[in-house]
Design a protein around this ligand. Structure first.
Ligand code: SF4
Length: 602
């Protein structure tokens, strides 16, 4: 690998210069003010400034191994962290980056911990990690630079989460969007994907056949005429039927979007990890414990890695993900051949899209482009519904967040489509071993489980109307019952969670305050038995709780079964079942109503 020169800035060689012969690092304002009133561009800071400039240049032109050259906006983020660090170093009389040893970095972390964030609150975990991440990246470049930090700083989360304001900016995709999104993507990757790729291959054949006989406009005219006659799946979703080649290019891109969606939502990998996947990344292997065979997606995690190579990681790959990888391999084959790269997300730069390789430069797809494609192309293509009266904005991160929510929930009834798609690997995924070295995913899953439990407890403690044995018991002891909200309820919940090992499952028809001893569905050590967990079993279980939030489910069940009993053609067994369900629903609803009438429950 080429290394970045370590001498002075004036000797930076041409390849490290930007397009106009101006180093990218030069476009930042290095004349910022230092604690002593001087400017960082003054002579006294020359050594430190040049080291910082070379570091930023190296990110663009010779990034840490396994990482793509950073875009200018990302380098700008590193620049602002370096500015912050340089000022702190000056105040602490630390004159070179190589003096950032463990103790000094420890003092830097202590300063961050004591530093308030916005509105006087704690500094956010992501801001702290941003500062430390820049030092870590600088450290990774140490062999290429004269002056660089000798040790990698700790991760902000490992310093103690209570010191930082937690992450919270990334939402998960709501169920009403996630289900049609994932189902639509999986559907597209079925037969339509085979037909679309076959159409592309036919187009390549057509060119082969017609090129010896026609050229230029005539060639294009014949190709277009032949392609107009070819049926294209989902053709009605492309606005201009007169342009069969653009339509085909559009469809090929949607296949790529669908592949991204399926992998992100069913595997939980970050966008950067998905976009780094290469040909042949599926691997079949038996698990150590029971010898059961699973298929894995093999890639690398670099974001939280302490090495520049990233950490090898295996994600369990359910069948739709395996299919997405096979489709990606076929989609990317022509550009992989053209470029000699193994990456599965190659595309060609330049305006206009062609279904076949052109002379334009080949590049890897990046997250911002995926974001644009998901929102501006795939969402309308799949006709995703509105969310709360507006358009839901998808981001590349939402797949990971939605996945961790799904795995973190002890019940997945609201996401049955996702559960079905995860198939038999689902059990292995809920096993903690699944997250392996992806510690952030483990945290996300824990956070999700804790948040769901908290929300459910709050609902149960405040609800004026509660049904189900466990619900009634908890609610009767609740000092907050029937209130519209209370600041104390938070502290109370924290106390309950600290004192008990309460595991709370959330499903469409109620809450499960899980205890194995009283579990009517004969659940295991940690959670209910998904096979026997039904509305009927829960309705008589000592662990069950219902609030008004679940009333619509029980009302609909009552209505459905009442309608069933009115049918003449119902056999005796089905009638008995329907009547039992009616009684169960009536009992739950009566308990809720009783709370309505007098605020007291039996
Ligand atoms: S039957 Fe009981 S333990 Fe099982 S899920 Fe329902 S409430 Fe929970």
């Amino acid at each position: 690998m080429a290394s970045v020169p370590t001498s002075t800035f004036t000797q930076v060689p041409a390849p490290l210069l930007g397009n106009e012969g101006v180093p990218a690092a030069m476009t930042f304002n290095w004349g910022f003010e230092m604690p002593d009133g001087s400017r960082f561009s003054d002579d006294q800071w020359t050594l430190l400034r040049h080291a910082a400039e070379l570091f930023l240049l190296s990110l663009r032109h010779d990034p840490p191994e396994g990482r793509m050259p950073l875009r200018k906006e990302t380098i700008r983020g590193h620049f602002s962290h370096i500015r912050f660090l340089a000022r702190w170093m000056a105040a602490e009389n630390v004159r070179r980056f190589r003096d950032l040893d463990q103790d000094t970095v420890g003092r830097f972390v202590a300063m961050l911990r004591a530093r308030p964030g916005r509105n006087g609150a704690l500094l956010s975990l992501s801001t702290a990690e941003g500062h430390l991440g820049t030092i870590r990246t600088f450290h990774m470049q140490r062999d290429k630079l004269d002056d660089a930090p000798p040790t990698a700083p700790p991760r902000a989360a490992s310093v103690g989460k209570r010191h930082w304001k937690p992450y919270g900016g990334h939402p998960y995709t709501p169920d009403e969007i996630a289900v049609p999104l994932i189902s639509g993507a999986i559907e597209l990757l079925g037969d339509p994907a085979d037909q679309i790729i076959a159409l592309r291959d036919r187009l390549a054949d057509l060119y082969e056949r017609l090129r010896p006989r026609h050229q230029g406009r005539m060639l294009h005219w014949h190709i277009r005429r032949a392609m107009l006659a070819e049926p294209c799946p989902c053709a009605d979703r492309y606005p201009n039927p007169e342009w069969p080649l653009r339509r085909l290019a559009f469809m090929l891109d949607r296949l790529g979007d669908a592949c991204f969606t399926v992998i992100a939502y069913l595997v939980g990998a970050r966008a950067s990890e998905i976009l780094r996947l290469e040909e042949g990344c599926l691997e079949r292997r038996a698990t150590d414990e029971d010898g059961e065979e699973h298929v894995y997606l093999v890639g690398t995690i670099t974001k939280t890695s302490l090495t520049e190579h990233g950490d090898l990681h295996r994600w369990l790959a359910p069948e739709p993900v395996q299919r997405a990888i096979h489709i990606l391999e076929r989609l990317s084959a022509p550009l992989r051949e053209l470029s000699g790269e193994k990456n599965l997300w190659l595309h060609q730069l330049g305006r206009g899209r062609s279904p076949l390789p052109t002379m334009m430069p080949v590049a890897r797809l990046r997250s911002p482009m995926v974001n644009v494609r998901l929102n501006e192309r795939l969402a309308p293509f799949l006709a995703l519904p509105d969310h709360q009266g507006g358009t839901w904005r998808l981001t590349t991160y939402q797949g990971r967040k939605t996945f961790s929510r799904f795995i973190g929930r002890r019940d997945r009834t609201g996401l049955t489509a996702l559960q079905r798609h995860l198939g038999h690997v689902h059990r292995a995924m809920t096993d903690r071993a699944y997250v392996g070295t992806d510690f952030e995913l483990a945290e996300l899953i824990d956070e999700q489980a804790a948040e769901e439990t908290r929300k459910a407890l709050e609902d149960l403690l405040l609800a004026p109307h509660v049904a189900g044995k466990a619900g009634v018991m908890l609610s009767e002891r609740s000092p907050f019952r029937g209130r519209t909200g209370s600041g104390d309820v938070d502290a109370y919940i924290t106390e309950i969670l600290a004192e008990t090992d309460m595991r709370l499952g959330v499903c469409d028809w109620g809450y499960c305050l899980y205890r194995r001893e009283t579990s009517a569905c004969l659940g295991g050590e940690r959670e209910p038995n998904p096979v026997l967990r039904t509305q009927s079993t829960c309705s008589s279980c000592a662990n069950f709780a219902v609030t008004d939030r679940h009333r619509p489910v029980w009302e609909a069940r009552l209505e459905r079964n009442t309608a069933l009993t009115q049918r003449d053609d119902l056999d005796a067994e089905s009638r008995a079942l329907a009547e039992a369900r009616i009684q169960e629903s009536l009992r739950i609803l009566a308990q809720l109503d009783k709370g309505n009438a007098d605020g007291v429950r039996d």
